[in-house]
Design a protein around this ligand. Structure first.
Ligand code: G1P
Length: 271
């Protein structure tokens, strides 16, 4: 059973400047609610009981959003506004399931994952990259179903335009399991078009084995000098660990880019 999820939130959000110069991108409103709440709802609906947020000192406002009890209690005593009471209850529901760990240097997603090592209890856990919003169908839930069936790691996959290949982790597929799922042979972080084995990209939902931590401890910096989760996954594949690429059916939006962020409010308001 997958009960824990981790969410790296220490990124600087430069693709969303100037919005992110003083504001955490994950708190930017999407149709009236912070983007991170959609990610949390996806986790809750998928049966996750504990979520570990990896933040940085610079993004302490994310913790403050969930720990603003004194402020809420004061306002509620004074105003007795039912809307505010319900909003506060909702925040408390999230707060109960969130733990915070810190990554103060932006050394990459692999390094962020390593910060959660002491807290992961089971053999497998879920990771969600908050820039990647998937609407209409719960991708985490679908992936957990695949994991429960095959007892292996699972990662979200989507066909991407060849021109954008160097922006993604790219899969080399192995055996087809069914219409949506494939075993993978390789995964390469941001290859050139020339070196890309396919146009199937890694999207930010991963069911990873605890074993990944021992690989990350030894992981050398890769592309752009960062420690990539993709490289640690490849080390596990090299040791015959099974990874499945799951072609999800929801609607994908890249909320870490201005275009995707703007579209996300429109798409959510249509739901
Ligand atoms: C990360 C991963 C990459 C993946 C992408 C999906 O890249 O490293 O493999 O394809 O997320 O959004 P980033 O967006 O941090 O550059």
């Amino acid at each position: 059973m997958i009960k824990q999820a981790i969410i790296p939130l220490a990124g600087l959000g430069t693709r969303l400047l100037p919005l992110t110069s003083v504001f955490a991108k994950e708190l930017l409103p999407i149709n009236g609610r912070p983007g991170i709440e959609y990610i949390l709802d996806e986790c809750i609906e998928a049966g996750i009981k504990e979520v570990i947020f990896i933040i940085s000192n610079k993004k302490i406002m994310i913790k403050n959003y969930f720990y603003n009890d004194i402020f809420y209690k004061k306002i509620i005593t004074k105003k007795k506004d039912i809307r505010i009471i319900n909003e506060y209850k909702r925040i408390l529901k999230y707060k109960k399931m969130i733990k915070f760990v810190y990554q103060n240097k932006p050394l990459g997603t692999g390094d962020a994952v390593l910060k959660t090592r002491k807290y992961i209890k089971d053999k497998f856990f879920l990771m969600l990259l908050p820039d990647d919003l998937i609407l209409k169908k719960n991708c985490s839930k679908a992936m957990i179903k695949v994991h429960n069936k095959y007892k292996s790691s699972v990662m979200a996959s989507m066909n991407v335009n060849k021109k954008t290949i160097s922006r993604w982790g790219i899969y080399k597929l192995s055996k087809k399991i069914n219409k949506t799922d494939y075993f993978i042979n390789d995964v390469i972080e941001k290859p050139s078009i020339k070196n890309a084995p396919s146009n199937k990209a890694v999207i930010g939902r991963y069911i990873l084995p605890k074993k990944i931590f021992s690989k990350l401890l030894k992981q050398k910096p890769g592309k752009g000098g960062e420690i990539h989760i993709t490289d640690a996954i490849q080390s596990l594949i090299n040791e015959n660990y099974k990874f499945i690429a799951h072609n999800f059916s929801g609607k994908y939006l890249d909320c870490g880019s201005m275009d995707g962020y703007i579209k996300s409010s429109m798409e959510i308001s249509k739901l």
